[in-house]
Each structure stands twice: as C-alpha cells, then as structure tokens.
Design a protein around this ligand. Sequence first.
Ligand code: AMP
Length: 404
Amino acid sequence: MKILVINCGSSSLKYQLLDMDARSVIANGVIERIGEETGTVSQQNHPDEWPDRKNSEDVRVKDHEAAMRLMAGKLTDGQWGVLRSLSEIDALGHRVVQGGERFSKPELITPEVIESIRETIPLAPLHNPANLTGIEVAEELFPGTPGVAVFDTEFHQTIPQKAFMYPLPKAFYTENKIRKYGFHGTSHKYVTKAACDHLGKAVGETNLITVHLGNGCSMAAVEKGRCVDTTMGFTPLAGLMMGTRCGDIDPAIHAFVAKHRKLSLAEIDSVLNKESGLTGICGKNDFRDIHAAREKGDKDAQLAFEMFTYRVRKTIGAYMAVLKTVDAIAFTAGIGENDQFVRAAACEGLERLGVRLDSDENTTRRPGTRSIHARDSEVAVLIVPTDEELEIAQATRALVENKH
Ligand code: AMP
C-alpha cells in the first residue's frame, strides 16, 4: 500500500510517499516560500532504482493550490518522478493543525469532516485554510483516492477540564471555544508508543513525560497512554521558550507594550511569534550556533541556553507532580534528539526526583530509540526519534483498511 502524507504549512508544503508494505519511504519533498517571488521545490528519492536522488529548483509558487499541483507533477514527471501515475497512490494522509473539540481521532475525509475543519478556521487562521486547500485540491488531483485527516490537537483531547480551562470568564470558553488545545500531538503520540515499545511496557500501563524540542517546543504529561496535560495552549505560542516564539509570558505585557512601545496588536503578535524566544534573547535560534557562540564567551547565548533549559527542567518537575509516578522522560525532535547539552541541563539536579543521566550514553551519538539514563536511575530517560509522517501514514492505513 502506497500512502502520500501531505503537510500544508502556512507558507510551505511537505510531502512524503511511503510504501507501507516494504516499510520504506519512496520519496519526500518540500515546497517552500509559497506566495513569495521565488520559492523552491526539493525532492529526495530514496530507493536505489532512482539514481538522481536529490533534486531542487527555484520556482514561483503562487499559492497552496499551485503547490499541490507542483507536487503531483514532480512525483510523476520524467526527471524526478517515482510513479508512473498518481493512481498508484492508495491513500492520502493530511496533517491538520487544529481539530477543535470535534476531533479526538483521525477521520476519513467526507463533506461533513471538511465542513467541520472549515468551522475551526477562526481557531487556526494561519494553518487550517492551507490544510483545507490541500484536502480540497487533493480530491481533484486524486479522484476516488481515500483521504484521512490527522489532527495535531487530537492526542490532547483527553486532557481533563481542570487542565484545559483558562481562568477567564466562562463565556470565553462556551461562546468562543478559548481553551488549551495543545499541538504536536502526532509527535507526542508516536513518541509515546515508541518509548513504550523500547521499555517493553504496555502503553496503557506507562506514565511518560514527552519532550518535543524542535523549531517549536512542547511537552506532554502522558498517563497510561492518555495525555493529561501539555505546554502549548490555545495556540502553539504558549508554554516553553522556542526558537522564535516566547512561550508563557505575563499576559499584561501585551497592554504595556502596546502603550509604551506603541505597537499594534498585529505587531505584538508578530514579535511574540517571530522575534522572541532564543532569537529574541541572543539573535540565534539554532542550538548549534548558540553553542558555538557560548564557547566564544557570548553572554546572551549563554543566557538563552539557561533560560531554555530552565523552563524544560521546571516543566519536568511540574509534570512529575501531575503524574505522581513517571516511568520515563522521552526527548525528541531536532534539539531533543541531537543536543546533549540541552538534555543534560534539563535533567541536571533531578537525582532526588529519581532522574540520573549516564553522561557517556547522553554524549554518544547513535541512531534509533535508546536509553541514556544511569543504571540506578528510577526514571528512564530516552531519546526517541519522532516520525510524524509515519504516524500519519499508519493512522491513514488503519482507517482506510477498516473501511473496506
Ligand atoms: P525540528 O523542528 O525538529 O526539525 O528541529 C529543528 C531544530 O533542531 C533546529 O532549529 C536546531 O536548533 C535543532 N538541531 C538540529 N540538529 C541539531 C544538532 N545536531 N545539535 C543541536 N541542535 C540541533
């Protein structure tokens, strides 16, 4: 079974074609800077039978509809193509950022599902319109091919009301649906399953703290396989400090900044999303650059590192209190999987809470899921490479096969 996973971001489209029976990726690609003067499309073909493994070209991509057509062309054209016809694709898996309260599991795409996704646009105005375009254009490009929507929020729908409500006037929730939704759910779910596999424990018997540290950062408290709290909130701006996003700040800062720095609401929103976080403190958002600067004695880079890891460590403590017993802490995504310094600082001093890293294991680079805790650590500490595309493809396969 061949499944195409489609991830329409606000200005990009990522795609991955998987052969589920061979358990392999056939090709993956990304179209970037959609809507700008010059964009790029890049595709990497995996198996040996396609010798031109990597292709990339500059191209203007007007909008997400044009990006979908470009992707379909690249998958089948004479130079880059890995398919003779799009009809070889058996199913499509679409990432959808915001599923609201309506979606707590993946859904086969139907007119009603499309309508419900449309209704959640006010909650995710940058992302859900792009996701929806991907779904609608796919219906035309892949007629008769079943599609499945997998939501970033669905894994967090098990969070209890005491944790998802904000202490605001109740009507903000009842009338405007303002509550914690949480994001990165596909990653937290995948990592939960992979961590339990590694530990040899049933998902329903395991308590985990999953720590997704990439461009965006979030953590989840997972009790017996069900998410009970997460750091992102009504939007992906909340929680941990991130590359360019501020995470949790005092909400009164908005009004103060509007008055004293004379910024509009739109400008404040842009600063908090694009000019804050690691970038705001030290001008860099890639930890490889931040460590290089720290080594040269850059104080801002050092401060950014300390602020970032302090917030992760503080949240580990908070989620230990939420879960009461924790089997494992699982680090994932670009920083979580690759950055020994961040992991070490995030776990530093937690011995009395049962967390003890093995510094050799933490500093040795090896592929795959692995343990990095000391033998006498009560809580396991794991590195779990995330694979959101595989999670979406597996969910898609399960629903499509059930349908027949
Ligand atoms: P992601 O969103 O999961 O692709 O993660 C992207 C982030 O991972 C980048 O901004 C980097 O900060 C971080 N990253 C990637 N590779 C490394 C590495 N080798 N060491 C430290 N951080 C890394």
